[in-house]
Ligand binder design. Structure first.
Ligand SMILES: [Fe+2]
Ligand SMILES: [Fe+2]
Length: 366
């Protein structure tokens, strides 16, 4: 426990990669050798506990129901999607306003063909990062099969393993067949996913993957699906999102019990960690992507971030993906409290939402 009167200072990740751009603090990787080292680190040691259980009957009815739901909701990435639908650089795959790169190009007076090309590059980059995140989810769920101690949890985690394998399959095939490129993982994302994969125990793994990353990913995917103009893309994301809602439900059901049984200092530790992970993800502000495409389109990434952060509606725009699922879930779980709320607001990851029902029931599988 912290001593009384000791002012709480939120510990931030990647301190030595931070700097200020106007009124925002960002995380930026500039050393190419360091980025290469991070990407080449493909082996990592993980402290993994393996639990046997001799209780084969159901102990957690709600997880058994989730497992049953997973069994009847399986789909085949190869045969359930119409791969004959074209995805072209010459069309808007998403609405232009959904693309930061297209907007930046429009602002500089570039023609529509250039704006479309920039949006296409951005989509390929975003889907590549989601793909690497799916691989992390696949590996993490494999760990959960071992570290969980109840049979219902093991069965559920095993069913998520096949879901994540399908997501890796469908997104990698989409990138290879429709977009022509798979971009390497951004360094900030690699650091954060390693943090989750290397975390000990099921509590941090479930909080990190199912609550934080899957909650954020669902927000991003939902925003993209709503902006989609391409029938193939819409259907692919819709199917992936449907699986992800089961995964988020597991996170919520599990974390609700974990938080209830945790001591106050353990709960506060989870609250701090949740903020540290997502604050660092947000603090990159797409700079990893802008560094890659900036020279091609004549965009100065740092200037663009300064410009965005100065917009009067910056917090509303920046918080969209976070306010969709992950922030409301953390609030309801008691993992964002008065102690940390100001930090979330300062990072423009949390805004007041009209009609939000604070403290209501957690949304589970639709
Ligand atoms: Fe997934
Ligand atoms: Fe998932």
């Amino acid at each position: 426990m912290r001593p009384e009167g000791d002012p709480f200072v939120m510990k931030k990740l990647l301190e030595d990669h931070r700097k200020s751009l106007g009124n925002v603090e960002v995380i930026e990787f500039v050393d190419e050798a360091e980025i290469e080292r991070l990407r080449n680190k493909v082996d990592t040691g993980v402290p993994l506990e393996i639990h046997w259980t001799w209780e084969y009957g159901s102990e957690v009815e709600e997880l058994r129901r989730l497992y049953e739901k997973g069994k009847v909701s399986q789909w085949n990435a190869e045969t359930d999607l119409d791969w004959s639908i074209p995805v072209s650089k010459d069309d808007w795959v998403l609405n232009p306003q959904a693309s930061l790169m297209a907007q930046a190009c429009a602002l500089m007076g570039k023609d529509e063909a250039t704006q479309k090309a920039a949006a296409f590059d951005e989509l390929a980059y975003t889907m590549s990062q989601l793909l690497h995140g799916e691989q992390a989810a696949l590996q993490l769920c494999g760990q959960l099969v071992n570290v969980c101690d109840k049979m219902d949890q093991k069965w559920y985690a095993a069913s998520q393993v096949i879901d994540e394998a399908r997501h890796v399959e469908v997104i990698s095939k989409f990138l290879a067949r429709k977009m022509g490129t798979i971009y390497p993982i951004g360094p900030t994302l690699k650091v954060l996913l390693d943090e989750l994969l290397e975390a000990p125990g099921m509590q941090k793994k479930t909080l990190g993957m199912q609550t934080l990353f899957e909650g954020t990913a669902v927000g991003i995917m939902d925003l993209m699906r709503n902006e989609s103009r391409n029938a193939f893309f819409t259907e692919m994301i819709r199917r992936v999102e449907q699986d992800e809602s089961r995964h988020a439900a597991f996170g919520v059901l599990t974390m609700r019990r974990v938080v209830k049984e945790a001591s106050e200092s353990e709960r506060a530790g989870m609250e701090d960690w949740a903020f540290a992970i997502l604050e660092a993800l947000n603090a990159n502000q797409q700079l990893d992507m802008l560094k890659l495409f900036g020279p091609k389109y004549g965009i100065d990434g740092e200037n663009l971030v300064r410009l965005l952060a100065g917009l009067p509606n910056y917090a509303e725009l920046n918080s969209l993906a976070f306010m969709h699922t992950v922030v409301p879930n953390l609030q309801r779980l008691g993992l964002i409290t008065e102690r940390t709320e100001a930090g979330w607001r300062k990072a423009a990851m949390m805004v007041d939402q009209r009609g939000a029902s604070a403290g209501g029931e957690l949304p589970l599988v639709s």
